[in-house]
Design a protein around this ligand. Structure first.
Ligand code: FES
Length: 127
């Protein structure tokens, strides 16, 4: 699975909106470093977080077990699995929030915003 990723920090810095349809197009045209915006590949049986780490990126995490939301990402495109053992509430999951530590791609392409743990709606989940 090919993943295009974007750091939530960049969205804050540029004053963009998470649900902007043009978000990744804007990111392509902004002068962002390779850690903030780019692409990576997820191998079969690899979680999104594991793939990011194997690719040399330091995405936030803590428990690695679906219990803290530090690893939360926002899914702009594609599908990422959500195992039953996790703390993401249904309403946030419906809006596209997922956990990268136990999320496995279900589509060939994904667009994700990582580092969304600082979003206010995730405050209560961060341990
Ligand atoms: Fe804790 Fe993913 S690292 S839920």
């Amino acid at each position: 699975t090919r993943v295009e990723f974007l750091d939530y920090e960049a969205i804050v810095d540029y004053g963009w909106s998470l649900d902007d349809d043009e978000l990744f197009r804007k990111a392509s045209h902004a002068d962002l470093g390779p850690d903030a915006h780019g692409r990576l590949l997820v191998h079969p049986d690899e979680s999104l977080l594991e793939a990011a780490e194997r690719s040399g990126f330091a995405w936030p995490f803590s428990c690695r077990g679906g219990a803290c939301a530090n690893c939360a990402v926002y899914l702009a495109e594609g599908k990422l699995s959500q195992p039953t053992d996790h703390i993401m509430p249904d309403d946030l999951a419906e809006r596209g929030f997922r956990l990268s530590c136990n999320g496995y791609p279900l589509t060939d392409e994904l667009s994700v915003v990582f580092n969304v743990k600082q979003r206010p709606e995730l405050d209560d989940l961060i341990l």
